[in-house]
Design a protein around this ligand. Sequence first.
Ligand code: NAD
Ligand code: WQD
Length: 338
Amino acid sequence: MQKVLVTGGTGYIGSHTIVDLINSGFEPISIDNLSNSDEKALAGIRKITGKRVKNYRVDGCDLKKTRQVFEKNPGIVGIIHFAALKSVEESVFQPLRYFRNNNDSLLNILSCAQEFGVPNVIFSSSCSVYGNAKELPVTEATPFQEAECPYARTKQMGEKIIEDFTKVTPTVRAICLRYFNPAGAHESALIGESPRTKASNLVPVITETAFGKRPTMTVFGHDYDTRDGSCVRDYIHVMDLAAAHTACLRYLMGGKNTAPSEIFNVGIGDGVTVLEAINAFEKVSGQKLNYQLGPRRAGDVVSIYANRDKAERLLGWVPKRGIEEIMQTAWAWEKVRG
Ligand code: NAD
Ligand code: WQD
């Protein structure tokens, strides 16, 4: 079986992608320092797939230890690099920690890809690279605006580092996937999102409120120029997102890439407002949510959603799930993790 190294493999998107890789016949190996996860996800992966996945508890910023993982695992066909710190708010107050963690780990992964002859790299980028985009939906050609926070800047920088590196490294080709708003959980409710830090993203805030972990929640802004006054986002189910990584791997392994590094938007291609997301939750759960309309949140863009034509055309990737499946699976996961 072909080995794929997944950094951040015990984290939210990494663990779901490992399931999709196993179901597609790959043998994933994980590197995760557990700074924002624990190894419980590996037990969930085992129950879903019947396969045991090894996690190396290694910091991707430690080149020596990262190299050792490659030495112990010859013949890796691809790296999917999820490992990063991802809190927008935290990054504003700890910029050096974010630059060090996200950039150093990427540099180490690229240098290992080169040294150990790993031909394919996939990088977790983010729609936050677009900043306050001037056109909607955003395409891969929509220019970057000023990054809204150091976290987003690490993703802009990561993409540029990969572009410069692959241009002069013919043995390595790469894809940067710009995720929109990942949400939901595996249909089994055996894995899902369980960060060490307090959730601030909309979907976990909704399910935590419904479960009673929070007394209430606030809709940040109700007087925007949108169809119901609340912000518009592109929520992508985490299993559809996982499938996009496997599609990229096959695309690169088949030599179908059209440039040394390529970029794809990974969103559903449609905007959903905060109030529509809440309505979808109430519909699938049969439960009224305790929320109030409140002031705008600093730094929020009004609307952003993807044009995903390029991923469909070149990767053959089409998302299968919408906001209701997101809410259904996120709610099932919330009730299991308690
Ligand atoms: P996550 O925090 O659940 O997973 C990231 C994993 O990486 C964690 O398990 C953490 O312990 C690990 N990690 C962090 N730094 C590390 C290091 N130096 N060495 C080894 N392991 C390290 O986050 P996620 O939501 O699964 O995000 C995965 C990737 O996708 C990240 O790069 C993130 O920036 C990106 N992304 C996430 C979202 C989102 O909303 N979840 C959106 C766009 C992009
Ligand atoms: C979604 C909408 C909020 C919580 C962030 C990062 C981005 C990317 C995805 C990593 C917004 C509203 C939220 C609440 C609310 N991550 N909301 N009440 O801000 O679109 O994107 O995650 O790359 O970089 O910035 O996601 O889930 O925080 O917010 O009304 O309690 O829900 O205002 O309109 P966001 P989010």
